[in-house]
Design a protein around this ligand. Structure first.
Ligand code: PCA
Length: 202
């Protein structure tokens, strides 16, 4: 049976929850045909990637799906690419606020997701879940984690491990006191992640 590592983030930016972690916790293991490992990751530039890299070497998964919150987005965003830059105007949960910093001095300018992004999109659309391909994971902790993992897999020649990043919108618990902000039900986000796992494995 294939092994899938799926990660979600701790809350950040004053939020009490992060829908990425809430959703991965809710995944119904009988809906996915794999051995599933879930991991909560701190919203911190350097510790996030260190922790996930350690877990990859320990678990030796076939697939790594990184998930994060993108408040304000109106669909499940299947990220296409991570870029070699940390640039933030808000501090991470450790107070770190890098400006124009390359993530890796020797790394490529960018790495593409190795998940089947178009196939995933089609599978989500078939179940009427709002979804799209995104061409920017930003320059904050999510992009940092996606870049670092794809760099590590390339650098260590672990090309058989598929990896990529999914951004999810807010859930209603986070938007009742914010005006005009889109949210998606937690059960829909959870279902989306089950579909993403399954269509990557199929
Ligand atoms: N979203 C942030 C970092 C943690 C998270 O869930 C981002 O998009 O960079």
């Amino acid at each position: 049976m294939k092994k899938v590592l799926i990660t979600g983030f701790e809350p950040f930016g004053g939020e009490l929850i992060n829908p990425s972690y809430e959703a991965i916790k809710n995944i119904n293991r009988s809906h996915v045909d794999c051995e599933l490992f879930i991991l909560e990751v701190p919203t911190e530039f350097y510790t996030s990637s260190k922790l996930v890299i350690e877990s990859i070497h320990k678990i030796e998964p076939d697939v790594v799906i990184l998930v994060g919150q993108a408040g304000g987005r109106k669909e499940i965003s299947i990220e296409r690419v991570a870029i070699n830059i940390d640039d933030s105007n808000v501090p991470d949960n450790r107070g770190i606020k890098p400006i124009d910093n390359p993530i890796s001095v020797f790394g490529e300018s960018a790495y593409f997701s190795t998940l089947p992004i178009k196939k995933i999109l089609e599978s989500l659309k078939k179940e009427f879940i709002p979804a799209g391909i995104s061409n920017s994971a930003g320059t904050y902790v999510c992009n940092h984690l996606m870049y670092s993992i794809l760099h590590e897999l390339k650098d260590r020649e672990l090309n058989h491990i598929q990896a990529g990043f999914i951004h999810v919108p807010y859930i209603p618990d986070q938007t009742y006191n914010k005006q005009n902000l889109f949210s998606l039900d937690l059960n829909i986000i959870t279902r989306a992640l089950e579909i993403i796992i399954q269509s990557t494995l199929d």
